[in-house]
Design a binder for this molecule. Structure first.
Ligand code: MLT
Length: 251
């Protein structure tokens, strides 16, 4: 790898359409919770996940393919009939809902506030991987094998702002591949690596103070998602988004 760089906010990843990503691998992080949920679903046997930006796109998928499951959130909560003009979505965005009995063999179309938007913004890249603490080591191994010229770690953020937990995960991944980078280390990468190293022995406390951590911990039905998403290397798989926008497991 020749370069490593990190993006922190939607304003930065929305600008990716003006960059040449043909020799770039993007790893997208939305730790709380979109990318952790996608990795969990694949680990539990989902056939594929399809990230879309809008509720209307998800509904159009269902109209074309009635067998797909619809998942996602607005304001952290499952999308309901009042927002679809029809039925409730099948699933929200809590990884704990995506159990094997619900998702095995299914294609799941998902729309979330930031995570699916970040994934779509990376679509033109040579390679797009879905990153989380859950599959961090497997993702780092794949990056070493692929040895892309450029590595871009894309933090989905929260609303229009940066999210601490995404920066911590980007730092953890940067730390794992650091010795493979041949020179072009952006300050953004240096920054997240130092940040991660500062908190690596107590990620839970750090994330407890983040905006997303505080938001989820205040909701009794979602508070366990925080600890769930911080389980490092609990799922041994690489999640790859192909050119057609499908995310599938690649061991
Ligand atoms: C997002 O994509 O913005 C999130 O993952 C939000 C959430 O799950 O609450």
């Amino acid at each position: 790898m020749q370069t490593i760089e990190v993006l922190f906010t939607p304003a930065e990843f929305d600008a990716l359409s003006r960059r040449d990503l043909s020799r770039t691998a993007c790893v997208v992080f939305d730790i709380l919770r979109a990318t952790s949920t996608i990795v969990t679903a694949l680990g539990n046997g989902a056939a594929a996940l399809v990230p879309v930006a809008e509720i209307s796109e998800a509904l159009a998928w269902r109209a074309r393919q009635p067998g797909v499951l619809l998942a996602g959130e607005r304001n952290g909560l499952r999308i309901r009939s009042a927002q679809t003009g029809g039925a409730d979505f099948d699933l929200g965005n809590s990884p704990r809902e995506f159990t094997a009995d619900v998702v095995r063999g299914k294609t799941i179309v998902t729309t979330t506030t930031n995570g699916t938007r970040a994934l779509r913004a990376c679509a033109p890249a040579q390679t797009v991987l879905v990153g989380s603490f859950l599959n961090l080591a497997a993702t780092a191994r794949r990056l070493r094998e692929l040895a892309p010229e450029n590595l871009l770690l894309v933090c989905s953020g929260t609303g229009e702002q940066a999210a601490m937990e995404d920066a911590l995960a980007a730092g953890a991944l940067a730390d794992l591949v650091w010795s493979d980078v041949r020179g072009g280390i952006a300050d953004s990468a240096q920054l997240v690596r130092e940040f991660y190293r500062r908190f690596q022995n107590d990620l839970t406390t750090a994330v407890t103070h983040s905006a997303n951590g505080r938001r989820l911990l205040a909701l009794p039905e979602l508070r366990e998602d925080v600890a769930f998403c911080l389980r490092r290397d609990a799922v041994v798989l690489v999640a790859v988004m192909s050119r057609d926008g499908r995310i599938e497991k690649s061991i």
